[in-house]
Design a protein around this ligand. Structure first.
Ligand code: FAD
Ligand code: SF4
Ligand code: SF4
Length: 837
């Protein structure tokens, strides 16, 4: 019997074992594994989840008994100290000497700690193992016990650095990410996407310092700060170093295996080192002169090594896909292929919306036919399909820009279905699972959930980046079987939004933690938290001030963050009607706070350029003048636009302004799955563009025509006729029911147009529900709407009058650094944000 010794029981070492024992021939081998860490292999990719769960077992890739059951001799807490190539033996830290026929080095890497003066001080950590995290948690507690507002810095603004930034923030410390390069995630992002990401992270409370070289760690024994030279310092109580990795090739060096100039054990495409009986896989292996700091290439290396030892002709592919998607942090960031490149290599199409924190870039070949790569920040919903198009070299549509401008929830995706991909398309690169295998698992093996498919095929069990695509494929495959598919809100709740709405209502739950403890699992995410916040709001008419932590970023501060990090202030101007006195008050306040003013498309006045701590001051003055919040930041009613109607216009059939004012006051403050808008036109000339709104009224001979399901934006949709020539009270009644029905049944972030489009039976069905009461729910819908109308509160009034809520704004006054970076220039006698460099 031949002996294989695996050195290292990390992610790739484990994968080697798993793949090896799945092969029949493995019975002819003795497999011995040494792991230096005190526990069996765990999921390092999801290491940050340990901060929440503090449950090391939950991260285990397999329990200890799995190894013995599969005939593997695993020795944890035992380091291999030497390799004796001549005798083909190894020695260990427990003085064992064992012979091998094949040796597999899967020793991974360690975090690179730059040789900065003072780096050895207490309070400086790296971020690689469960023990590192335990030490960080204990130290953070110590810091907080003496300094409740303690700060922690992360050295390195790469993928892991940002993950660490979010982790220290969740630990209750003020996070500061310090990056040497002038941009974040320098390997994956261009400068513009880095700017957008920076703004979003800062709005979340993660401070970013770019272009900073750390000269010295300050402090007497324990860290108290970082010195960047030229009197530039940052006071911090803790530091996490995340400045890259170094392969653990020390064993290879001492036994004279070939290593790279900058480290890493040199391997060929069979994963053999310079000694053909010694293999190296994972983050220690230098393949194509590169160390790949990702699991997917490591898993492929494990597959190749297993095959070669079993004498199968398999080699490592030459081009390694380095696409990545940032996880956990609360903002979507992804890059694939060539993320950015000079113009001579191809053409780029860029969509940027700093107000929403969205940046998307795709790079295409000069003939416009091939996707070369791309970047997505703030909205990576289409990452999986773009990534697949890139991997499978799929032809691009004629209007390639459509691939990135179709905003989420505003009319559906411009892509075909995931089913259009070829069967050979590799969906899960970590586990090399193809689209065909996923579909077969559903269609032929009866696995009807993502979980079941994951168990059967292993898809999604690596980095998890392919989950949305696998979920689409499961859904589409089930549809072909004529089965309905449950639209789960996210992995924390096994319910659709509609089911969750009913649960909250029936059980009277009004607290997120209670809801997740009762019917969910884990701690929630950026998808379920705001969705549940909106459900609470729709049922209890709770303002966004309550349960602040589960609100969308803009809702947390009751303001939209603008592209230079300042905020906008938009009071309600119902129906676009405003008195000269109100105009003057607004002018005075805008002048006092030096705000840029502009009339918006929704017929109100937007005041831009307010700093966070100024927001309560400005609103206090506006409220004194009789204004109230316009909720321009919320997923709620925005405006009801009106033309001047019969009051002034000679064509007017009825009074559109009064109607618009009444209806705007009726629906103000109502939160919904997405924003919604209304319009009222005095005649069919349609000056108020009511048919471009979620609901619209147009005066005609004999009454009002009622339209629903329209929108402007990236995918304009004309609203469709719900009822004809009805009186005002009836028109309002129908729209009340339409809005309530939408609020209760739409998906998160689905606007009324795509909701109506997907409603089986379309407008006829809707007419039956809200006019003919086919479901017998009209009384309920009416009562629910009336309750919302009756319980309206201006959330800005609540904020300025409640000291604890005001605190949220004053808290940021101490972060002067953010404010100093805000630069304005003068244009047409007003101030404007300075152009981004
Ligand atoms: C916080 C974090 C987040 C990450 N996120 C992602 C991600 O989103 N996507 C992604 O693709 N990758 C991610 N990675 C990287 C990924 O975890 C690594 O690529 C993967 O763990 C590499 O596996 P490995 O087995 O080569 O090395 P490791 O997992 O480091 O395992 C090596 C093991 O060998 C042991 N060892 C070393 N020397 C010896 C010896 N002489 N004797 C015995 N044992 C020894 C080590 O103690 C270690 O347990 C992340 C990493 C971290 C730290
Ligand atoms: S159309 Fe709207 S989102 Fe686009 S730039 Fe103008 S204001 Fe911004
Ligand atoms: S929609 Fe008709 S009533 Fe209103 S302003 Fe235009 S023409 Fe006049």
């Amino acid at each position: 019997m031949k002996t294989i010794i695996v050195v290292g029981n990390g992610m790739v070492g484990y994968k080697f074992c798993e793949k090896f024992v799945s092969r029949e021939e493995s019975e002819q081998f003795r497999l011995i594994v040494f792991g230096e860490e005190p526990r069996p292999a765990y999921d390092r990719v999801h290491l940050s989840e340990f901060f929440e769960s503090q449950d090391a077992k939950a991260l285990e890739l397999a329990p200890l008994n799995w190894y013995s059951e599969n005939g593997i001799e695993l020795l944890v807490n035992e380091r291999v100290t030497d390799i004796h190539r001549k005798t083909k033996t190894i020695t260990t830290s427990r003085d064992q000497e064992i012979g091998y026929d094949y040796l597999v080095l899967a020793t991974g890497s360690v975090p690179f700690v730059p040789p900065i003066n003072g780096v050895e001080k207490e309070g400086v950590f790296v971020y690689r193992t469960i023990e590192d995290l335990e030490a960080m948690l204990a130290y953070a507690e110590k810091v907080k016990s003496v300094k409740p507002n303690g700060k922690a810095a992360i050295l390195g603004g790469g993928l892991l650095g940002l993950e660490a930034g979010k982790a220290v923030m969740d630990m209750g410390l003020e996070p500061h990410v310090v990056e040497y390069a002038p941009k974040l995630m320098p390997r994956q992002l261009d400068s513009r996407s880095s700017n957008v990401l920076q703004l979003t992270l800062e709005a979340m409370g993660i401070n970013i310092h770019l272009g900073k070289a750390t000269n010295r760690i300050l402090g007497n024994g324990a860290i108290t700060g970082m010195d960047f030279g030229e009197d530039d310092t940052l006071n911090v109580d803790m530091l996490v170093i995340s400045a890259g990795i170094r392969p653990r090739d020390e064993l290879a060096k001492t036994c004279d295996l070939e290593v790279g100039i900058r480290g890493g054990i040199v391997v060929n495409d069979k994963m053999q080192t310079s000694d053909p009986d010694i293999y190296a896989i994972g983050e220690v292996a230098l393949y194509n002169q590169m160390i790949y700091g990702l699991v997917a290439p490591g898993y492929e290396m494990a597959e190749v090594a297993v095959n070669r030892i079993l004498e199968k002709e398999v080699v490592m592919q030459h081009d390694i896909d380095m696409s990545t998607k940032l996880k956990l942090i609360g903002v979507d960031v992804a890059s694939f292929g060539i993320p950015y490149m000079p113009a001579e290599k191809g053409l780029s199409i860029i969509y940027e919306n700093k107000t929403k924190g969205v940046y998307k870039r795709i790079n295409v070949s000069h003939d416009g036919k091939t996707l070369l790569g791309g970047i997505m920040v703030g909205d990576a919903e289409d990452y999986s399909i773009l990534h697949q198009m890139y991997l499978n070299n799929m032809p691009l549509p004629d209007n390639a820009e459509e691939l990135i401008v179709g905003a989420r929830g505003e009319g559906g995706s411009p892509f075909g279905s995931a089913m259009d991909l070829p069967d050979t398309a590799v969906i899960c690169s970590c586990e090399a699972v193809t689209k065909g295998a996923v579909c077969c698992s559903v269609l032929d093996e009866g696995n009807e959930t993502v979980k079941a498919v994951a168990k059967a095929t292993k898809a999604t069990t690596g980095c998890g980046g392919c989950k949305p695509m696998v979920s689409d494929l499961v859904k589409e495959s089930l549809k072909t079987l004529g089965k309905t598919v449950k639209e789960r809100i996210c992995e924390h709740f096994d319910f659709s939004r509609q089911e969750l709405f009913d649960i909250v209502k029936l059980r009277g739950i009004a607290d997120f933690d209670e809801l997740i403890d009762t019917v969910g699992k884990g701690h929630g995410c950026e998808v379920c938290k705001p969705a549940v916040a909106a459900i609470f709001a729709s049922i209890y008419n709770e303002t966004a001030n309550k349960q602040n932590a589960i609100q969308d970023t803009n809702d947390r501060y009751l303001a939209n963050i603008q592209r230079n990090g300042t905020y906008s202030v938009v009071p309600r101007v119902a129906g676009g009607e405003i008195t000269p006195k109100q105009l003057m008050a607004m002018g005075r306040i805008a002048q006092k706070y030096d705000l840029y003013t502009k009339i918006t498309g929704g017929q109100r006045i937007d005041m831009f350029g307010a700093k966070l701590h100024e927001l309560p001051l400005i609103w206090e003055e506006l409220i004194k003048e009789g204004f109230e919040t316009g909720q321009a930041y919320g997923k709620s009613l925005r405006t009801v636009k009106s033309c001047v109607g019969s009051t002034w216009c000679r064509y007017g059939m009825d009074e559109s302004v009064s109607f618009a004012v009444e209806i705007e006051h009726r629906y103000k403050g109502i939160r919904s799955p997405h924003k919604f808008k209304g319009g009222v036109s005095g005649c069919i000339r349609e000056c108020a563009e009511a048919r471009g709104k979620d609901f619209g009224f147009i005066a005609v001979e004999g009454g009002w025509n009622v339209y629903v399901g329209g929108n402007g934006g990236a995918n304009p949709k004309h609203a469709v006729l719900l009822a004809e020539k009805v009186d005002k009270a009836t028109a309002i009644k129908y729209v009340d029911r339409f809005i309530m029905f939408y609020i209760k049944t739409a998906l998160p972030l689905q606007r009324t147009a795509p909701w109506l489009e997907k409603l089986e039976g379309g407008i006829t069905y809707l007419q039956n529900v809200v006019i003919n009461d086919s479901l017998g729910i009209c009384d309920e819908l009416d009562a629910e709407m009336q309750a919302l109308v009756d319980s309206y509160k201006c959330e800005w009034k609540e904020a300025v009058e409640t000291p604890e809520i005001r605190e949220r704004y004053t808290h940021f006054v101490n972060s002067d650094e953010t404010d100093e970076t805000i630069e304005f220039v003068s244009l047409r006698e007003q101030k404007m944000p300075k152009e981004w460099a």
